[in-house]
Ligand binder design. Structure first.
Ligand SMILES: [Zn+2]
Length: 203
């Protein structure tokens, strides 16, 4: 088993806009082509709504829609595999939060094409890490990762999801909302990990 240490552990926060944001500020911007494909798909869908079902044009548009849909699924799969391999190879442990992804997806009726891919990404990451004797550390979803200052631990009543940057009223630290959350996920994950180590050693 590969031991986790702070310097070799990555904290990841699920992000609507960037797919994920890491505690070191790294983010996986969904590739531009994915967004473009999705916009094209939406256009075909609109055209289909105006067409006469059964007509030759309609059948052609349906065919186009199916092919593009499949193409997007392939692109997404490819992206997920590459990203999870890169992270699993580069880090000794990864901390994520056990977000209820299906619940979150329901709140975003027309989210980006990768929203539905985060669960698959997490699973890919888990088995790619495990293959190398490394761990995916899952943090409880009720831990307040967004509202807690990762510098001093002060917990705010709320942090607006519209604000990318906020500063801690107690210590004055300026935070990028998502990076701060990723740092808290990492800190919490490592605390869990070291607690378990201690239990094992004292047993
Ligand atoms: Zn603070």
């Amino acid at each position: 088993m590969v031991e986790a240490a702070a310097e070799t552990t990555l904290g990841l926060k699920y992000s609507m806009a960037h797919f994920y944001v890491a505690d070191n500020g790294e983010l996986a911007d969904p590739p531009r082509w994915l967004k473009q494909s999705q916009e094209k798909l939406a256009k075909i869908q609109q055209r289909l709504n105006r067409m006469q079902p059964g007509s030759k044009n309609y059948e052609e548009a349906v065919q186009k829609y199916r092919l593009l849909h499949e193409h997007i699924a392939n692109q997404r799969r490819d992206f997920i595999h590459k990203e999870s391999s890169r992270i699993a190879n580069g880090w000794d442990a990864v901390c994520v939060r056990a977000d209820a992804l299906d619940e979150m997806a329901r709140n975003v009726p027309r989210g980006n094409a990768l929203n539905s891919g985060y669960g698959a990404f997490r699973e890919c990451l888990r088995y790619k890490l495990a293959r190398q004797g490394k761990q995916l550390i899952v943090v409880n979803r009720y831990v307040l990762t967004t509202r807690t200052c990762s510098v001093c631990g002060f917990v705010q009543d709320s942090v607006s999801y519209r604000r990318r940057i906020w500063s801690c009223p107690k210590c004055g630290a300026a935070h990028n909302r998502e990076v701060n959350a990723a740092r808290n996920i990492k800190a919490q994950g490592l605390a869990q990990y070291f607690n378990r180590q201690e239990l094992r050693e004292s047993a």
